[in-house]
Design a protein around this ligand. Structure first.
Ligand SMILES: NC(=O)c1ccc[n+]([C@@H]2O[C@H](COP(=O)([O-])OP(=O)(O)OC[C@H]3O[C@@H](n4cnc5c(N)ncnc54)[C@H](O)[C@@H]3O)[C@@H](O)[C@H]2O)c1
Length: 315
């Protein structure tokens, strides 16, 4: 099987590429990435691997997408402009990459006769729905431009399924963390920022009183879901799945766990809540368990331990 990973130089994509390359059933892993928020250093170790191929390019370029999709069996579409705050600052670029870019990838795959696409969806699609845990068929109103783009991706996948006999699996990731997640820049996620604070012996900033909670998901759980989706049988196709651990952790608890693994004792500094943030997010993962055979192996603490080791060696 030959796989194209768009966004393969990014955080989740590069972790996925590492696992795909070890799989005997896979003969080619081609990465398509423009290195905008991803890094060469995330995948450099694979450049000499006989099954690895790099295509540097932009998903906003349809011709480049067509080339990237040549002779591919399954597309794993991870490329996107992530981050809710970034989308609030720059909704136009977010729309161009996440909606038009994704449409290019889907259309190029269709043109090249590819029958299956697994794509990164998002828990942000639940929007202002207050029910917990989140179940796949009950979503609210989007709260950010980013959330709109991820919802539109799901709608396109549905329409492509109906019109072109292609199979899609959407993975709604919940707050993924782990090695290779960028701790730098204005849009860094909370766990890399906390890791950095712990290693620099500074105080992390918590938006709000720290009672907001998330279903933090170690990246190897997300990688497992992607592999299961790539090799899934027909009954799993043309659905979206929550990909999380299924455990709620507040930001205060999170900093407590990181204090434990790092031995940093500094208290956090609290600031105002951030626009577009929902108070709580927790996934029901039974659908992914039933249809994909997804069994997350890392709870938050186990994941934080591995992630901390990586930041210690790489920051
Ligand atoms: N990290 C999370 O918690 C999380 C949660 C929900 C959904 N997601 C989704 O998962 C996917 C991967 O996210 P990530 O956290 O690894 O982010 P990331 O920013 O590390 O990875 C995205 C990758 O896409 C590439 N990319 C961006 N724009 C591109 C373009 N125009 N053309 C080609 N490549 C482009 C970047 O260079 C980067 O390598 C994204 O679709 C994101 O929206 C992530």
């Amino acid at each position: 099987m030959k796989i194209l990973v768009t966004g393969g130089a990014g955080f989740i994509g590069s972790n996925l590429v590492g696992t795909l390359l070890k799989d005997d059933k896979i003969s080619l892993v081609r990465v398509f990435d423009n290195y905008s928020t991803g890094f060469k250093k995330n995948i450099e170790e694979y450049f000499e691997h006989p099954k690895f191929e790099m295509h540097e390019g932009d998903i906003r370029d349809y011709e480049a997408c067509l080339k990237a999709c040549e002779a591919i069996d399954v597309v794993s579409h991870q490329a996107a402009m992530g981050s809710v705050p970034r989308s609030i600052k720059d909704p136009i670029t977010t729309n161009q990459i996440n909606i038009s870019g994704t449409l290019n990838v889907f259309a190029a795959a269709k043109e090249q006769g590819i029958k299956k696409i697994v794509y990164a969806a998002s828990s942000s699609t639940y929007g202002d729905d207050k029910n917990l845990p989140k179940v796949e068929d009950r979503i609210g109103r989007p709260l950010s431009p980013y959330a709109i783009t991820k919802l539109v991706n799901e709608l396109y996948a549905q329409v492509f399924t109906d019109l072109y006999e292609m199979n899609f699996i959407g993975l709604r990731y919940f707050n993924v963390f782990g090695p290779k997640q960028d701790p730098n820049g204005a849009y860094a996620a909370v766990i890399p920022l906390f890791m950095k604070a712990a290693l620099e012996n500074s105080q992390p900033k918590i938006n709000g009183d720290g009672s907001y909670s998330r279903d933090f998901t170690y990246v190897q759980n997300a990688v497992q879901a992607n592999i299961k989706a790539i090799f899934s049988d027909d009954k799993a196709n043309n659905q979206v799945y929550n990909i999380a651990f299924g455990q709620s952790t507040t930001l205060n608890e999170l900093w407590g766990f990181i204090q434990e693994v790092s031995s940093c004792t500094n208290p956090a500094i609290h600031g105002p809540n951030r626009a577009g943030d929902i108070p709580h997010s927790l996934a029901a993962i039974s659908k992914a368990q039933e249809f994909l055979g997804y069994q997350p192996e890392y709870d938050v603490k186990k994941g934080l331990l591995e992630a901390f080791q990586w930041y210690k060696e790489n920051l």
